[in-house]
Write a protein that binds this ligand. Structure first.
Ligand code: GCO
Length: 448
């Protein structure tokens, strides 16, 4: 047994996203999002599941906040559904939507829990997608308008802001691989989307400063750490491309004002270019205050001309996997946090980290021991990272509760709290009590 003590002001939290938990898809004046459409398209989501009801958190948020209090978290990361605020993307503002989030945020504050708000966790109003989505500047301007509405409404209540969750997923998983909404499979489209969302990010940060909004703002990329299968330059380069597409492709423009040239050249070979307009790179490279990092797994990569646009193939390392098939390797988080130092020792929050473990109720209990082990390993690395002098300020476990896992529907469970999707009853898992103890002590006590 070892005890890892965390800094006094460390933020302990959990994370969720609107479409994954809220439900009430046709209530409160909410408009249609690309996920409503995608989930209704046959073959896109496992079992034909959708977010119409999800965890019903729109109605049960008070119960959820009670559970957060019980867990003891001091920070809660959630996202606002744009179609609840501006149902058709850039038209009328829906007061009912704003009121819902006011009630919610007020309850959080009453409970002593700091709200950590994501503006965009993938539920784009469908009307904007119909008009070209993130590749069209109309969406960029609409996002800035939406962001400004939220900034003005919640300034003074919310102190932590993220513009976008996982830009790689928004651009490439959704528009190159076609796995997430809107399901396009086109390299040029995905590059247009990536660029559009970066401009939207930069413009939103400019508005944030101009309006004098409270708190700090940043963005939350998902990280893929990869190591080369061999020392050959081909394998090393394939590995660099994999890492760069998740992080450098987005963070170089933000921190350096330019795209990584080796990737620009790679895409040019494949026939795609970045649609940069005059002034874009200055807008994108607005200084930000914090970075959210979502980390789940790492890979071992090698060059394979057949392996997609990047020609980078992931090799099975023979590691234990979570139930969604992702290898468990906490070391990647440690390595990545050091890699990130090339942008300076910026303030970082782990805005997502967690394991899909599908253990179910057994005699009224969920004994998700494998999830506890996962958290234990990753928190030990976080302690190491902090000891190395890196400004890692907080940790948000994904997820507070089981929820709609995108293309996997409800079959993949990431929660500290079990949700019975028929009765909507919430049952804390063993990992919930384990995490509660970590937070209470402000230390991690390893079990072995
Ligand atoms: C993502 C999202 C979350 C997921 C989680 C587990 O990373 O895809 O931010 O919404 O549910 O990561 O896959």
């Amino acid at each position: 047994m070892t005890i890892f003590q965390f800094p006094k002001d460390f933020r302990w939290g959990t994370a969720t996203a609107s479409y994954q938990i809220e439900g009430a898809a046709q209530e409160g004046g909410r408009g249609v999002s690309i996920w409503d459409t995608f989930a209704r398209t046959p073959g896109k989501v496992f079992n034909g599941d959708n977010g119409d009801v999800a965890c019903d958190s729109y109605h049960r948020y008070e119960e959820d906040i009670e559970l957060m209090k019980k867990l003891g978290i001091n920070t809660y990361r959630f996202s606002i559904a744009w179609p609840r605020i501006i149902p058709d993307g850039d038209g009328e503002i829906n007061r009912e939507g704003l009121d819902f989030y006011h009630r919610f945020v007020d309850k959080l504050l009453e409970a002593g829990i700091e709200p950590f708000c994501t503006l965009y966790h993938w539920d784009l109003p469908q009307t904007l997608e119909d008009d070209g989505g993130w590749g069209n500047r109309r969406t960029v301007d609409a996002f800035v308008k939406y962001a400004e509405v939220i900034f003005k409404e919640f300034s003074g209540k919310i102190n932590f802001w993220l513009t976008f969750n996982e830009p790689w997923c928004i651009a490439f998983l959704s528009n190159l691989l076609g796995i997430h909404a809107p399901g396009n499979r086109d390299l040029q489209t995905s590059i247009n989307v990536a660029h559009g969302l970066l401009v939207a990010h930069g413009k939103a940060v400019q508005s944030f400063r101009r309006l004098g909004i409270t708190g700090q703002i940043g963005i939350a990329p998902n990280v893929c750490w990869a190591e080369p299968y061999s020392k050959s330059p081909e394998d090393q380069a394939a590995c660099d491309r994999s890492i760069a597409l998740n992080t450098d492709w987005f963070l170089d423009p933000i921190y350096k004002g330019s795209y990584p040239q080796f990737m620009v050249d790679w895409f040019a070979e494949a026939g795609a270019t970045v649609p940069i307009q005059e002034g874009d790179m200055e807008i994108i490279s607005q200084p930000i205050d914090l970075l959210g990092i979502n980390y789940y797994t790492m890979g071992l990569n090698r060059f394979n001309p057949e392996a997609g646009v990047l020609q980078s193939e992931e090799v099975d390392m023979g590691l234990t996997k979570t139930d969604i098939g992702w290898p468990i390797e906490s070391r990647g988080l440690y390595e990545f946090m050091h890699y990130l130092q090339k942008y300076g020792n910026v303030d970082v929050y782990i805005t997502e980290n967690g394991a899909c473990i599908n253990d179910d109720l057994n005699n009224g209990k969920i004994n998700d021991d494998r999830r506890i082990s996962y958290y234990e390993q990753h928190l030990a690395q976080i302690h190491r990272i902090i000891n190395d002098g890196i400004n890692l300020k907080g940790y948000m476990a994904w997820s507070l509760m089981d929820n709609f896992e995108w293309a996997e529907g409800y079959r993949m469970r990431f929660g500290l709290i079990h949700v019975d999707y028929r009765s909507l009853v919430r049952t804390p898992k063993e990992s919930f009590y384990w995490y509660q103890n970590v937070i209470k002590n402000n230390w991690l006590e390893t079990r072995s």
